[in-house]
Design a protein around this ligand. Structure first.
Ligand SMILES: [Zn+2]
Length: 237
């Protein structure tokens, strides 16, 4: 899942408006960013299978740390603890609720991936049972579900955004448009081919997972910052 993860991050902004949209987007995409890093480091592996039907024709035969159920739980716990105790995050009042939401955002990735992935998500490790409902096998089904989730996430998030913010609305439209364009672009594996990135499809995907997601996390941070300056109480902050 791609847009679906972002939809969860956007919806959580409504649940906890005090949290940075960038942090929420980082949370929901942390598992994929970790997968990209571990693939680039040669620790986790996927295999490009051109004949595979649907979207993202990759056989994820070795990603026990980033995409197992236990891996998701451990990463969520780490995220919760880091958010709760990291000295740089200065927030007034208790951090417990936002820390719990950050941890939940991280684990939501595994739950969303169950819907979209082929049965390749291990419960514990490579030798354990693998789950996945396989929506990636259908291009139309994947695009329909991801699009629907994004619209729902946007709807929820917009309720946390002040209509009077002059930067918030155009910024949001720009952000979502960019996200949708990049999503459809990745369905064709074109972005890094266009840049003549000299690597296998597996490495192209790993680079996209890391830098594509970080790009939109950064955009979420900027969007938050601009809205906080511009809008009154109740706007994105
Ligand atoms: Zn994933």
């Amino acid at each position: 899942m791609v847009l679906g993860h972002y939809a969860v991050g956007l919806a959580l902004k409504r649940v906890e408006p005090e949290m940075s949209l960038g942090m929420l987007l980082l949370g929901v995409n942390l598992v994929d960013i970790l997968l990209g890093i571990l693939m680039l480091a040669g620790i986790e592996h996927a295999r490009f299978v051109p004949a595979m039907a649907g979207v993202y024709p990759f056989d994820f035969y070795d990603y026990p740390y980033s995409h197992s159920m236990v891996g998701g739980i451990v990463l969520s716990l780490l995220g919760f603890l880091l958010y709760q105790y990291w000295p740089v995050i200065r927030k007034s009042g208790s951090r417990l609720r936002p820390a719990l939401i950050f941890g939940a955002a991280i684990f939501s990735h595994f739950l969303c991936d169950i819907i979209s992935h082929r049965p390749d998500l291990p419960l514990f490790g490579n030798g354990s049972p693998r789950i996945g409902l396989g929506l990636f096998g259908s291009m139309a089904g994947s695009v329909a579900l991801e699009g629907t989730l994004l619209v729902l996430g946007l709807y929820w998030c917009q309720r946390a955004v002040s209509p009077s913010s002059s930067i918030g609305r155009p910024g949001f439209i720009f952000f979502i448009t960019g996200l949708v364009i990049v999503y459809f672009w990745t369905l064709t594996d074109a972005p890094l081919r266009a840049l003549h990135y000299p690597a296998s499809s597996e490495m192209r995907m790993a680079v996209l997972l890391v830098f594509g997601n970080l790009l939109f996390v950064g955009a979420g941070i900027l969007l938050d910052a601009s809205c906080a300056k511009e809008g009154p109480a109740g706007s994105i902050q």
